[in-house]
Ligand binder design. Sequence first.
Ligand code: DC
Length: 233
Amino acid sequence: MKTPERVIAIDGPSASGKSTVARRVASALGLRYVDSGALYRGVTWLALREGVPPEDAAALERLLERADVRFGVADGAVRFTLNGTDPGLALRGADVNANVSEVAAAPAVRHRVVAWLREMRALGGLVMEGRDIGTRVFPDTPYKFYLDASPEERARRRHAEDAGRGSAASLGTVQASLQHRDRIDTSRRADPLKVAPGATVIDSTGMEIDDVVAVVCRAVGGIAPSAKEGRGP
Ligand code: DC
């Protein structure tokens, strides 16, 4: 069933399973998938490339005034270029990981990125994952979810994911990095990570991804994919 006007907000901490769930829900319901964290990562990547210190809020603001961002859709997901370049895998690099929470805490950066995310409405119905989608970006959407999992489970998932990309970081290092980001994301003054009023909270510890996808699809009145369809190629 195609439901082009909907915005489904999926918030939660790092490695709670948001990306996988959001992608599959988008594909099941014929909506566009949006990774809002990628934009904060993109701004961080641009700042590092241009030599702007991540803690210099005024310089970040000037950087964004000059930035040329373009959106497009590929494979059901909203993609972007910044100053003509798609940063691609550079968004997941160690230097971006180490600095993105600080950049994302700058009010001027948040203001600009929230405006970009709202512009994406023009592209059709969306499944957007992030930290403040239900609280700030689209507070009026009736479809809000907060996905969580225990810190140990999240570290285990992120460690497996990173190892698959060739990273040699230990489980302990991954867990410490997640804890550091959680602390900044939940304690920052501008739009901290929290459960939006009216959001459905799903603790995915011990749940299969297919089951989480099914819970979300049913809650928004769509048809959940079968486990086989949901798993993809
Ligand atoms: O989901 P992620 O790990 O790619 O997010 C990267 C950073 O961006 C993380 O520190 C939280 C921040 N972020 C945010 O503040 N608001 C969002 N809507 C999405 C991400």
